[in-house]
Every structure is written in structure tokens, then in C-alpha cells.
Design a protein around this ligand. Structure first.
Ligand code: 5GP
Length: 125
């Protein structure tokens, strides 16, 4: 079901549980501000999710409530993962789905990092 980004953060969501270590994930990077792991249903040869560790539902929620350190840390973590995965030269795509029209399924802000092949048009249809 699509996420309603106007609802308060619900810490039973699946990514909150991964962040707490309650369920496993194929982790590729972690620091004080962010966690990155492979998507369970990859849509590209490389499909990694990068999450801020704080309790934020959406990009606008994070932009409004996140501290300077959290925002800087998250942005740097995304860049770090892209470099570490060897995606900078061939190129890659970042995507954040927000709310119902955005198709967001998990109510904890995350960025999809896709790579490993030419990714085609920006939007289907
Ligand atoms: P959204 O539509 O919210 O941007 O995307 C959620 C993503 O989370 C989907 O690509 C989905 O495959 C992934 N996902 C959902 N549940 C899990 C899980 O338990 N583990 C991992 N690694 N990925 C998940």
C-alpha cells in the first residue's frame, strides 16, 4: 500500500526494523548518519537503498526536520556508496519515491541507487 507522507513516522516499518538489526539485509555501508543495503528485489544489476538513520518519512520531512549534520552525512553517504560501488564513471541513477503518486511503499525515507547497465528513459510511460 502506498505511503501517506502526512502521517507521523511509524517505527514498525520494515526499514526501521532493518536499522535496528531485527531483520537481516545485505549491508554495503554504514556510518553515523546512513545505512546502505541491497534491495531485496533488484531492478538493475546494482540496486542499493541508502537510508538516513533518523526517523524521517519523506524527503520534505527530512529537509524540514533533519539537522545540518544528518543531511550532510546522508548526502555524503550516497556519494560514498556510488564511488565504492564503481558507478561514477559508467554513471548511475538516484531515485526517491515519495507518497502515493511517487509510489513509495516503505515509510522511511530512502534513495534508490541503480547502476550496472544503461538505465533507459527517466520515466516509464
Ligand atoms: P519504495 O517504493 O518505497 O521506494 O521502494 C521500497 C523498496 O524496498 C522496493 O524496491 C523493495 O523491493 C524494497 N524492499 C521492501 N522490503 C524489503 C526488505 O525487507 N529488504 C530489502 N533489502 N529491501 C526491501
Amino acid at each position: 500500500m502506498a505511503v501517506d507522507p502526512t502521517l507521523p513516522y511509524d517505527d514498525t516499518n520494515i526499514f526501521a526494523r532493518i536499522l535496528r538489526g531485527e531483520i537481516p539485509a545485505k549491508r554495503v555501508y554504514e556510518d553515523d548518519f546512513a545505512l546502505a543495503f541491497h534491495d531485496i528485489a533488484p531492478r538493475a544489476p546494482v540496486h542499493i537503498l541508502v537510508l538516513p538513520k533518523g526517523s524521517y518519512v519523506s524527503w520534505d520531512d527530512f529537509a524540514a526536520r533533519g539537522s545540518e549534520a544528518e543531511i550532510a552525512g546522508f548526502v555524503r553517504a550516497v556519494g560514498h556508496v556510488a564511488r565504492e560501488q564503481g558507478l561514477v564513471t559508467p554513471g548511475y541513477r538516484l531515485l526517491a519515491n515519495i507518497g502515493s503518486d511517487g509510489g513509495q511503499e516503505v515509510a522511511h525515507l530512502h534513495v534508490h541507487l541503480f547502476g550496472g547497465r544503461p538505465l533507459g528513459p527517466m520515466l516509464a510511460g
